[in-house]
Write a protein that binds this ligand. Sequence first.
Ligand SMILES: NC(=O)c1ccc[n+]([C@@H]2O[C@H](COP(=O)([O-])OP(=O)(O)OC[C@H]3O[C@@H](n4cnc5c(N)ncnc54)[C@H](OP(=O)(O)O)[C@@H]3O)[C@@H](O)[C@H]2O)c1
Length: 445
Amino acid sequence: MSAAIGKAGPGVHGAAGVGVLGLGVVGSAVARAILEREHTGHTQPSLKLLGAVVRDIRKPRLVRLPEGLLSTDAATILDNPDVSIVVEVMGGEMPAFDYISRALRAGKHVVTANKEVLCKRGAELEEIAAEHGVRLLYEASVGGGIPIIGPLTTDLSANRILGLRAIINGTTNYILTKMAAGGAGFDVALKEAQGLGYAEADPTNDVDGFDAAFKITVLSRLAYRTHVPLEAVYREGIRNMDAKDFRYAKDLGFAIKLIAAAQREEDGLLVRVHPAFVPVGVPMANVNGVLNAVEIEGDMVGPLWFQGRGAGPSPTASAVMGDVLRIAREIESGSGVSTVRQPVEGLRLLQMGEHQCRYYLRLTVHDRAGVLAKIAGALGEMNISIRSVLQMDTDEKHRVAGLVIMTHPAREANMQKAVARIRDLDVVASLDNLIRVESYPDIAY
Ligand SMILES: NC(=O)c1ccc[n+]([C@@H]2O[C@H](COP(=O)([O-])OP(=O)(O)OC[C@H]3O[C@@H](n4cnc5c(N)ncnc54)[C@H](OP(=O)(O)O)[C@@H]3O)[C@@H](O)[C@H]2O)c1
């Protein structure tokens, strides 16, 4: 079934009218791009900026808007019949959800960069958009400038997606890259990221893995046609990473990355976000700084690789504007919007306990006889076999030594039980870190 293209008219003098909710980092770049198109006047389809909404009208802005376009009242956009495209770049669940749903119900198309609202309320919003025959596009919500939503929605739709693995948080990737390169601790690397504007004053969303979790649910919904609530994502951030882990990882031939993955298993879908050892020979290990990357495997197309700038005003505005122009072209041509609901595959969501991988285990042990036998015993009881053991730094004064154990593949549930037992062993001073190793079946490492 196809519906007419929204209720809103073709805007002003044939140009599609655009209203921008939020004029911060992304909103300013989007407004600038629209105004530049207006000034050059030669680009089709034509757009007209009809308003922008902010919280505080007195704040200095990164873009100069024509007189009278800035307001604190969302109704100036949502109730304006000349606005046919609403760009939501405020962030957060509320009031973004209210504004987006009001716009869709009023027959306006919506473009958003907001992964949080899409993660928490995306299914509802898609439903409202379909009911009202309007578009809800969100290329900028994952991977900034990387085109990933479009390919998953259209180009790859004939594929059964088998696996999806990504680095989709630039802040944590910057921090991990700094820690790997300079031997800096987490706190120092975080402060540097904050100084450069890569991390917010409250870094929780990034460093505790929420942002990556929001994004992987958005990708999972498209790739697997399965609604993944945030609570179903296994989530672990990077606060526990230590300079020692980077040193040992390097010696062992790995990089450490915050991986977001959604994997199709025989009996369901496992969605997880956590730091992981990635073998240095694979492209993912070499995605550094604020770059993002997404690996997808489809049954027809095989493996695909997307990499690019995952944040920042210009790359994000590139993705937002791509969506805006697509809608404006449709408005101009009068073509309809398909309101056919995507079939829902609804895969069973698996618990992290069912995950299987190799592990890196770093411990501080008392320097006495029988240490290894006791640790190997605790692992063996849970059917986990050791692949290698390395004795690292020894502290003669306190008679303790650093021990790194790499295991063969094991079930997460078993590993967690073994870890609890190892912690209680009298020969173990502390269990310092447990990091999963990403599986790459086709390469030897
Ligand atoms: N920054 C990036 O690189 C990037 C990349 C990809 C996606 N995104 C997403 O894009 C969205 C915007 O990010 P951003 O970095 O541009 O954020 P930002 O710089 O904090 O800007 C947010 C804007 O929204 C306005 N705003 C917030 N709450 C509002 C409310 N209740 N009513 C009216 N206006 C409100 C703010 O107004 P005031 O200016 O008056 O405070 C500000 O202009 C978020 O969803 C983010 O996740 C950002």
